[in-house]
Design a protein around this ligand. Structure first.
Ligand code: FES
Length: 73
């Protein structure tokens, strides 16, 4: 992750209902999370008012981007 991306991720919400920043989700993925459930276990999202609906979509988009980036030759 580039320094600029990291700085922005510290400001953007990852789980708005629990006040967890996007950086926590990204760090969970960097630390080896491979599913929404892994990210929940590592950083605690998914237990707020959205019941995992909003944040699951965000995590799945991040996982898809990671897969796409790995498949670029
Ligand atoms: S965005 Fe907070 S639990 Fe899903």
């Amino acid at each position: 992750m580039q320094p600029d991306e990291k700085m922005m991720a510290r400001l953007k919400p990852g789980c708005i209902c629990q006040g967890i920043k996007l950086i926590s989700l990204l760090e969970a993925l960097e630390d080896g999370a491979e599913s929404f459930e892994d990210v929940v276990r590592i950083c605690g999202i998914g237990k707020g008012d959205c019941g995992g609906i909003r944040c699951r979509q965000k995590v799945e988009e991040l996982l898809a981007k990671r897969v796409a980036a790995k498949n670029i030759p």
